[in-house]
Design a protein around this ligand. Sequence first.
Ligand code: UDX
Length: 430
Amino acid sequence: MKLSVIGCGYLGAVHAAAMAELGHEVVGIDVDERKIESLSAGRAPFFEPGLPEILASASASGRLSFTTSMAAAAEATVHFVAVGTPQKAGSQSADLTYVDAAVEALLPVLKPGDLVVGKSTVPVGTAERLAARVREAVPGADLAWNPEFLREGFAVKDTISPDRLVYGLPRDEKGAAAAKAALDEVYATALAAGTPLVATDYATAELVKVSANAFLATKISFINAVSEITDLADAIGHDTRIGRRFLNAGVGFGGGCLPKDIRAFGARAEELGLGESLAFLREVDAVNLRRRQRVVDLIVGLLGGSVHRRRVAVLGLAFKPDSDDVRDSPALDVAVQLHGLGADVVATDPEAIENARGRHPQLHYVDDVATAVEGAEVVVLLTEWSEYRDLDPVQLAERVGSRIVVDGRNVLDSATWRAAGWVYRGMGRR
Ligand code: UDX
């Protein structure tokens, strides 16, 4: 099939390369020339495991190209909209500017029989509105909503072998059948492998995504709230009804999805007069943000009440491991807060330094752990990269000024660290 993917960020670039890898002919379109230049040269413009490999093989197959010109979409019959829906400045709602602009820009090249497929996370009601716009501008063209559930760090795997597919289809039977047939062809490989499919209406498809993210956020904030007393994750996670995954206490969730999605979900519910039903999400957000403050307070306490001119080594800046993404990153936030309190922060991360520097040039960044911890009075682990989990406390002890470690992700073995002479503090862990 001939596909276009509009928006080549974390979602779109992976989607475009993965669809080409699966045998489709794909053009990725983005307004950002640097991004397109990099993708066209086969270079991933961000860190995502597995992406360079599928970019290389899909480009070599001749089935994948990238351009800034929307005219290239004219060749395709299915057009994925994968642009960002960030939080609107000064509001809790999602900013739909990019989604609206992408659909408007696509209309002049759209043909009857084409299908526009929304992948971006949007407030309920958006698909209905955009579908009306598409049908009015190009009679015979239609729209479906097909939310993406990919996790950064696992995006390639999640796109090629998703755990489920959700289609939000038009209300009229003929339109729904045509849209479903087109999507079934796009996802033929995953469907043949037995991937569960939920074919539903627009509103449900829009809500599945934000509800899934709200549930995950609630699970994390629940364990973080009780962890203010003690970390119970292992104890309650053995209950199979609860499950141990997404139950890691720590400095909290961040990234380009969970925080803004729960806010936009609540904001949309308010607009629809249903704000009370989702009022608990405000508390989920508040518990999460308190975690960042809690880590800062812990460090201040460990240093005797002030971090002013005290050397703090920050390990980790990305919002989670295996990603270079620092959007709403708890780790970066804590580093910035400590710097604001006058600490001499030295921060490192295996992949996210450039992105962190772009947002916060005032911090002191170094490339490796050994340099970061040199003379540090406290070492703070904030993103659980495997190389940080595996640090040797005996070796590290020789470089630091004081043997104090704050484990902001509860991933270090406290007994081993204490045996090496460290003062260890976790989140809700003694
Ligand atoms: C999330 C959803 O998982 C994905 O399905 C959706 O499509 C997009 O949003 P992502 O933002 O890539 O994906 O990250 P995710 O793995 O969900 O982690 C989100 C945040 O929660 C990270 O900051 C992570 O460190 C934190 N987290 C996760 C915890 O604090 N504890 C946990 O137990 C799990």
